[in-house]
Ligand binder design. Structure first.
Ligand code: PLZ
Length: 448
């Protein structure tokens, strides 16, 4: 079967200004048809994409350092994903797993049970989006423990539905005006080395002590169903907690019968150089949520965890019309096979070895780069007023805009909007990677 992926030449090519005339035309149509509540960081309208390149309707070819927010880790229109989807879509598109089941769902669950951290007995359930997976992980933790409180961290991002808005830390744009939010959600400081008030060397111990104290004094261990944490925070600015912090939180949860949930929706599936970010430290979560990278761009999400937790829910308590849709499951099996056979965990490590030294060198030249951090192909720079830790969201926006104009898709992040983050597809070639970094360096030279 032929696939389309390699029809996209792997090179940057700008034919018009960005966005070009056809994109601007589409943008005018969009403004008259699409809610302004949905915004786009870079309004070029996409015609095709493959590997590390996005092609717009004006024929411009941009280097992709975003992967549609860490989704197309296997590349856009990845050959195995395209083949699997084409075959499945011609066989059947939907029956609803809750009505008449099919093998693809079971096969994805088997893969999740095998690949996620820990060798204990596991079960999985599939959903459509990351937020839905997080909601269901909380439902499962509450049923299993008979408790209701949930602890989330500063700078956390877990989604835009009502419960996940409550779990998400940042007000604007995610929560502003959308309350009231779900109850029984409590927040504690994240171990954020760059911004820890008493210095990074105290961060892990003090954040852990505050966590324990906050749960004990403000919530009560026996009222607490779950603690949810992103092992490396995504939208919050690629905050990497110091080694040992997550393991201590997980151990403490175990002592108190609290379910430790790792939200690996952004970090999962080879992104950080391991199958899951928890693997780097041997942390074994009780429940893990996955989405994004799992299915090469088709909407699919999962909750995987200890059988005794996952099976504590009454039959029919979990589900949804489309959860584990057969086409999305076929895509996931194609994506996972790609990750295995092309060693995309190794590819993420290679990307770090190319990118990290360049980012550190840039930080040496530009005092506005206060911090370089991340792991694997999940790297970021935090921008500040030189000599201080005062966030500089204006410079961040200016550098991102300069990258966009010069044909590099980059994303921003962070509670203070001052983080440039890099999430290239794991199949990107070294040449494109280096060229993307050159574009970034030029954007700094012109703006910082
Ligand atoms: N948990 C850790 O990163 C999604 C959202 C972008 P959904 N992050 C990108 C935006 O502005 O909406 C995410 C995540 C983590 C949960 C989610 C939610 O996943 O598939 O977007 O619902």
């Amino acid at each position: 079967m032929t696939t389309t992926a390699h029809s996209v030449q792997q090179r940057r090519d700008l034919r018009t200004e960005i966005p070009g005339p056809r994109s601007r035309e589409l943008h005018a149509r969009r403004s008259a048809a699409v809610s302004s509540g949905v915004s786009s960081g870079l309004p070029i309208y996409v015609e095709r994409a493959g590997g590390g390149i996005v092609v717009d309707v004006d024929g411009n070819q941009l280097i992709d350092f975003g992967s549609g927010i860490a989704v197309v880790s296997v590349g856009n229109a990845a050959p195995r994903v395209v083949d699997a989807v084409q075959q499945q879509v011609a066989e059947f598109t939907h029956t609803c797993f809750m009505v008449t089941p099919y093998e693809g769902y079971v096969a994805v669950a088997e893969q999740l049970n095998e690949l996620t951290p820990g060798t204990h007995d596991k079960r999985s359930a599939l959903f459509n989006s990351g937020a839905e997976a997080v909601e269901n992980a909380i439902k499962i933790a509450r049923t299993a423990t008979g408790r209701s409180a949930v602890i989330a961290f500063d700078h956390a991002y877990h989604g835009r539905t009502n419960l996940t808005m409550a779990l998400t830390a940042k007000n604007m744009p995610y929560k502003q005006g959308f309350g009231p939010f779900a109850g029984e959600v409590y927040r504690t400081p994240m171990a954020y080395p760059f911004r820890w008030p008493t210095g990074p060397q105290h961060c892990a111990d003090e954040a852990f002590e505050m966590f324990v104290s906050n749960v004990h004094t403000q919530v009560g261990e026996t009222n607490t169903a779950a603690v949810i944490v992103e092992p490396i925070q995504g939208e919050g600015g690629f905050v990497v907690p110091p080694p040992g912090f997550l393991a201590r939180v997980a151990d403490w949860c175990r002592t108190h019968g609290i379910v430790f949930i790792a939200d690996e929706i952004q970090t999962g599936f080879c992104r950080t150089g391991d199958w899951f970010a928890c693997d780097a430290e041997g942390v074994v979560p009780d429940l893990i949520t996955t989405a994004k990278g799992i299915a090469g761009g088709l909407p699919l999400a999962g909750v995987t965890g200890r059988t005794e937790l996952m099976d504590s829910v009454h039959g029919g308590g979990l589900g949804g019309t489309y959860g584990g849709n057969p086409v999305a499951c076929a895509a996931a099996l194609g994506a996972i096979e790609t990750m295995r056979t092309e060693d995309l965990c190794g590819a993420a490590q290679r990307i770090e070895s190319v990118m990290a030294p360049r980012l550190h060198a840039l930080a040496g030249e530009h005092p506005a780069i206060g911090d370089v951090r991340g792991r694997g192909a999940m790297l970021a720079m935090e921008l500040v007023e030189p000599g201080t830790k005062e966030p500089d969201p204006a410079l961040t926006a200016a550098v991102a805009a300069a990258c966009h104009r010069d044909g590099l898709v980059t994303l921003t992040a962070g509670t203070f909007g001052n983080v440039l983050r890099f999430l290239p597809p794991l199949v990107i070639g070294d040449e494109l990677l280096t060229e993307g970094l050159d574009v970034l360096a030029a954007a700094f030279a012109a703006n910082a």
